[in-house]
Design a protein around this ligand. Structure first.
Ligand code: MRU
Length: 373
């Protein structure tokens, strides 16, 4: 999508330097637009674990490029078994963050394809890894575009009853293009509606503790010219009661076979409030985010516990223009930081996928993805 009027993706191979992958360092947004070079497997792992990149689909694409970078290190590290090196790199990448299933999905897809394609020769493996990582990124763009086209119908239907008034959509965290390679998941229907001149307005949950809503969603919607208002995480229920929210669209980091949805902490509370106020609550997801091996998401999806520092401190820009962390809490207070929660399928109105929209249930998901039966 657009940054300062120019189209961008979130990850790409550096022009004229195939040994370097480039990303947007999302930790610096919205204050600075910083492009970061990734040259090694360690760089890719750090980018995922320290959240230079985040969001399930982008984490998957970064892992794919991380394996490409790992194969590029074979000569300098004197590796004797390229395939063993590849598997070791995949194991390390998978441990970088636990909740987003796209991470393991991308690593498994890369290793499976590379084992089959190249007979262990370092050069052949590297070329095949580049092709596969490019394919994973391009596929993500296409999947997200289709999610947008499918979700657009939902916005159009609400707009038809609003006499030209904007459709008010609430979203949580950042499931925008910054969380994918392009388009985003939850935001893709919004960008498509904007392209069709359907008036929309987005309520952006700030999303403590890392403030992905306030820093990232608000920034990307603003760069693209979409009307939005940032709210504190606790405001959503009140706005819903007042009739100021027409629909909720969020993303997901892992959706179980039964339709239970893991997403950024606080999503569950929004689903409860939406349910109580009869407001449709949709989850937009690319199929690689479905974990077909988990039959009960509330019970079995592993939830990432992040550092308490993210709760006790907040990142921002001070009046003198410098950026940094500020302490919010008593120095001696303990802080807990579960980064995700699971919304049970019964609170989800529908899942917006690249193949269409379905109810959040195993039966309905298998209707769209019969090959997983
Ligand atoms: O911790 P993050 O920023 O990686 O969490 C991201 C979210 O929870 C998003 O809403 C979700 O990944 C959907 S990504 C399209």
């Amino acid at each position: 999508m657009l940054v300062q009027g120019k189209p961008h993706r979130t990850i790409w191979l550096k022009d004229g330097d195939p040994k370097t992958v480039q990303i947007i360092d999302q930790r610096a947004l919205p204050h600075d637009f910083v492009i970061e070079d990734l040259k090694t497997l360690d760089d890719a792992i750090r980018a995922i674990s320290d959240m230079y990149v985040r969001g399930a689909p982008l984490i998957g694409a970064t892992a794919a490029w991380g394996l490409y970078l790992a194969l590029g290190e074979i000569e300098s590290q004197g590796v004797s078994s390229p395939l063993a090196h590849l598997h070791g790199a995949a194991t390390r990448l998978k441990a970088a963050r636990p909740t987003a299933v796209n991470l393991a999905w991308a690593c498994d897809r890369m290793t499976a394809r590379l084992e089959g394609k190249a007979s262990g020769q370092a050069g052949g493996l590297l070329a095949a890894a580049r092709a596969e990582a490019e394919e994973i990124a391009d596929e993500d763009v296409e999947i997200c575009r289709k999610i947008g086209i499918n979700g657009l119908g939902l916005i159009e239907a609400i707009a038809a009853d609003k006499n030209g008034a904007p459709v008010n959509i609430l979203t949580h965290c950042n499931a925008g293009w910054l969380a994918t390679v392009d388009w985003g998941t939850a935001t893709s229907p919004m960008y498509h509606a904007h392209e069709k001149n359907i008036p929309i307005h987005v309520w952006v949950d700030e999303t403590r503790p890392r403030n992905q809503g306030a820093s990232l969603t608000a920034w990307e919607l603003g760069e693209h010219g979409i009307a939005h208002t940032i709210i504190v995480d606790n405001a959503g229920g009140h706005l819903m009661q007042r009739g100021d929210v027409d629909m909720v669209i969020v993303g997901t980091d892992r959706t179980a076979r039964n339709g239970d949805v893991a997403n950024k902490i606080g999503t569950y509370l929004k689903a409860l409030a939406a349910h109580d106020n009869n407001i449709p609550f949709y989850v937009a997801l690319p199929s690689p985010t479905i974990d077909w091996d988990i039959t009960d998401g509330c019970r079995d999806i592993p939830i990432e516990e992040r550092s308490g520092h993210e709760v006790t401190h907040i990142f921002g820009k001070s009046v003198d223009g410098s950026t940094g962390d500020v302490l919010l809490t008593p120095v001696s207070s303990a802080a807990a930081n579960p980064a995700f929660d699971v919304t049970p399928a019964r609170l989800v109105t529908g899942l917006i996928t690249e193949r269409g929209i379905c109810e959040a249930s195993e039966k309905a998901l298998l209707g769209l993805f019969p090959e997983k039966a």
